[in-house]
Write a protein that binds this ligand. Structure first.
Ligand SMILES: C[S@@+](CC[C@H](N)C(=O)[O-])C[C@H]1O[C@@H](n2cnc3c(N)ncnc32)[C@H](O)[C@@H]1O
Length: 244
C-alpha cells in the first residue's frame, strides 16, 4: 500500500531530476515482450516514453513510432539518442489526432496515470481494433542479493504497479498476459544508478539519498568483488487489451 503522506503526483513528476541515471541504468525490454505488445501494428505510440528505453525497440523494428512524455528532461534524453517523432504530453492529454495509431504501449508508467482520463484518451488515439499494451520489468527479488539491495529502497512495490493494469475498462476488452525473463548485465555503479533512478529515492532530501545509496554500496561490497560483473534477474510482465 502507499505509505501515509505518499504524494503520487510528486513521484510521477520526479523522473526528470534523474534522467541521466535513468538513461544509464535502466534495462530495455526483451524481444519476446515487444513481439507480444506490438503484434501486427505499423504505427505505434510509446506513451510515457521516458528516455526512450522501449522506443528504441520499436525503432529497431522499423515501425512508424511516435513518443509522448510529460517530462522535458526525459524527452531531451530520448531526443539525444533517437531520431523519432516525439512530443511533450501525457496519458491524459497526448495531443495526438483521433484514431492515428495501431498500438499504444505504456512501459513502466501506467501506475502513474489517472485511468479515468487516460483510458478514454488512449481509446481516442487508437484505431478501432487497435491494442493497448502495458509492461513492467520487475526485479526477481527472490534472489538473495537483489532482495537485500531493494529492501533498502522498497517503497511502492511493483506488485501494486502491475495491479494497476486492472483499471483498464471499456471500450477495452481482453487483458491477455505474457511474462518472460531476462538478465540485465551491469556493475556496482550501474546498481547505484538503478537505485538512484527510483522515484522514491529521487524525491528524498539530498542527505537521505546519500545515506541510502551508501547503505546500498555497503551491501554491494559484501556481495560482489571490486569490478565484478553484476547480473540483475528480471521478470517482464505484459498485459494487452484490444479497443472495441
Ligand atoms: C519509470 S519511467 C518509464 C519510462 C519509459 N517508458 C521506460 O520504459 O523506460 C515512468 C515515466 O512515466 C512518465 N509519466 C509520469 N506521469 C505520466 C502521465 N500521467 N502520463 C504519461 N507519462 C507519465 C514519467 O515522466 C516517466 O518518464
Amino acid at each position: 500500500m502507499e505509505s501515509p503522506g505518499y504524494d503520487l503526483a510528486a513521484h510521477a513528476r520526479s523522473f526528470g531530476a534523474a534522467a541521466g541515471e535513468y538513461a544509464r541504468a535502466r534495462p530495455g525490454y526483451p524481444d519476446d515482450a515487444v513481439d507480444f505488445l506490438v503484434a501486427g501494428a505499423r504505427r505505434v505510440l510509446d506513451l510515457g516514453a521516458g528516455t526512450g528505453k522501449f522506443t528504441a525497440s520499436l525503432v529497431a523494428r522499423g515501425l512508424d513510432v511516435v513518443a509522448v512524455e510529460p517530462s522535458p528532461q526525459m524527452l531531451a534524453e530520448l531526443r539525444s539518442t533517437l531520431d523519432v517523432e516525439a512530443h511533450e504530453g501525457s496519458a491524459e492529454a497526448t495531443g495526438l489526432p483521433d484514431a492515428c495509431v495501431d498500438a499504444v504501449v505504456v512501459a513502466q508508467a501506467w501506475h502513474w496515470v489517472d485511468p479515468a482520463r487516460a483510458v478514454p484518451e488512449v481509446a481516442r488515439v487508437l484505431r478501432p481494433g487497435g491494442t493497448l499494451g502495458l509492461v513492467w520489468n520487475v526485479r526477481d527479488e527472490s534472489v538473495p542479493w537483489v532482495g537485500r539491495v531493494w529492501a533498502i529502497a522498497q517503497q511502492g512495490s511493483e506488485h501494486e504497479m502491475r495491479s494497476s493494469a486492472a483499471n483498464v475498462g471499456a471500450p477495452f476488452t481482453g487483458g491477455e498476459t505474457f511474462t518472460t525473463r531476462f538478465e540485465h548485465v551491469t556493475d556496482r555503479a550501474g546498481i547505484l544508478d538503478l537505485v538512484a533512478s527510483r522515484s522514491y529515492v529521487i524525491v528524498l532530501a539530498d542527505h537521505e539519498r546519500a545515506d541510502l545509496l551508501a547503505e546500498v554500496g555497503r551491501v554491494l561490497d559484501e556481495e560482489f568483488a571490486p569490478g565484478e560483473e553484476v547480473r540483475v534477474p528480471y521478470l517482464t510482465h505484459c498485459t494487452r487489451f484490444r479497443r472495441g
